[in-house]
Design a protein around this ligand. Structure first.
Ligand code: KG4
Ligand code: ZN
Length: 357
């Protein structure tokens, strides 16, 4: 085994079929992502059965492409890392089965990786080493979590959403406003030409000591602002169809006000967590960290407190396998191998205490 092992990472937890090679925890040699957006667009959301079938069709060519881009063959690998939780069960099974078959046939270690912990690792890719402890923020389509990390493998959950994930709320807001799919980037584009002060949307803080999040009230507030408050006798379809009666400026204003409130919720919860936990670094990850308004809010927050902020490069914000391979290398270094009994799971085990990633 070399000091800097070559790790193949595999990611299939949702709607991206991804494979990547890293040398050690942070050097990315290749990063291939086959997105399924075109398959799910007409449903305005990920359809699990369609996702797992597409993973099955794409997984082998995507792995071959990742090896080819890195100029490597299967026999060069020192380990196979795979995201095995949390996610859509059928999708996860495709990745874990492929990883097990490969690792077994190559007699190389199998490394099961938690998706949430991997999103935190994304900010370490192609970057300087991080100083711990770090406050972690994962904001994606499936997760909104605040975490305390003592190292890449020692992560404790501080708070999470009690309803919608923030990325999911962006996607639903974009659907209400008829902005297209995937919604996050479309809503951000519309928000750029809107006035965030045009509407006052709620920023849920929950109980005074809570580090949890809630975005369902914000989503409903947007729906009512766009379509009017429901009255008895209303045609319900008014609330299930995109609000096409709005002018472009009205849509942009609603998008900007929604984005402003969503980011305010994240910023306030981060500030609350920073009052309680003394950290050196803020580590953020997940698809919503691609949002420029959120990135600049996080920058201001870190600067005001003299903290090192780690945001992933744009290509590592959304689901990717480089973050899986990188964290897999950390597991390999720690001697944490998995057995052939490694199973896919819909829930994360990032719980209060040490997370086994
Ligand atoms: O991390 P990710 O690829 O998948 C999950 O683990 O869920 O995140 C995807 C989510 C989607 O909800 C997408 O709309 C959101 O990230 N997203 C954004 C932006 N780009 C992606 N949300 C807001 N602004 C963006 N620019
Ligand atoms: Zn993700």
């Amino acid at each position: 085994m070399t000091d800097d092992p070559l790790i193949l990472g595999i990611e299939t937890s949702c709607d991206e079929t991804a494979a990547a090679i890293t040398r050690g925890p942070t050097r990315v040699l290749s990063n291939v992502i086959a997105t399924q957006h075109e398959l799910h667009r007409r449903y305005a959301g990920v359809v699990p059965e369609i996702a797992s079938r597409a993973h099955l069709q794409r997984i082998v060519p995507v792995i071959r492409e990742a090896l080819g881009d890195a100029g490597l063959g299967f026999r060069d690998l020192d380990g196979v890392a795979v995201c095995h939780r949390p996610g859509l069960i059928g999708s996860l099974l495709v990745g874990t089965s492929a990883a097990k078959a490969l690792a077994w046939s190559l007699s190389t270690p199998l490394l099961g990786v938690d998706h949430i912990a991997a999103h935190l690792h994304a900010g370490l890719l192609e970057a300087d080493p991080v100083v711990y402890p770090a406050l972690g923020l994962v904001v994606s389509g499936g997760h909104t979590s605040l975490l305390l990390a003592q190292g890449p493998l020692q992560i404790q959950l501080l708070g999470k959403t009690i309803d919608d994930a923030v990325g999911e709320a962006f996607d639903k807001a974009a659907t209400i406003l008829g902005l297209g799919y995937p919604g996050g980037p479309a809503l951000e584009r519309a928000a750029r030409s809107g006035d965030g002060e045009a509407h006052r949307f709620p920023v849920a803080m929950l109980e005074a000591d809570s580090l949890d999040f809630s975005f369902s009230g914000l989503k409903t507030a947007l729906l009512y602002a766009a379509c009017g408050r429901p009255r008895s006798g209303d045609d319900r379809r008014r609330y299930t169809r995109p609000a096409t009666h709005l002018t472009e400026q009205q849509r942009n204003d609603l998008a900007a006000a929604f984005q402003r409130a969503a980011i305010a919720a994240i910023q306030r919860k981060l500030s609350r967590a920073l009052e309680r936990h003394s950290v050196k670094t803020i580590l953020a990850g997940g698809g919503v960290t691609a949002n420029q308004a959120l990135r600049s809010t996080l920058n201001d927050l870190a600067e005001a407190r003299d903290l090192d902020l780690r945001l992933p490069k744009m290509e590592y914000c959304v689901d990717n396998a480089a973050m899986i391979a990188g964290l897999g290398a950390c597991k390999l270094a720690a001697g944490e191998f998995d057995h052939w009994s490694l199973s896919a799971a819909t829930a994360s085990e990032v719980v209060s205490g040490r997370v086994v990633v």
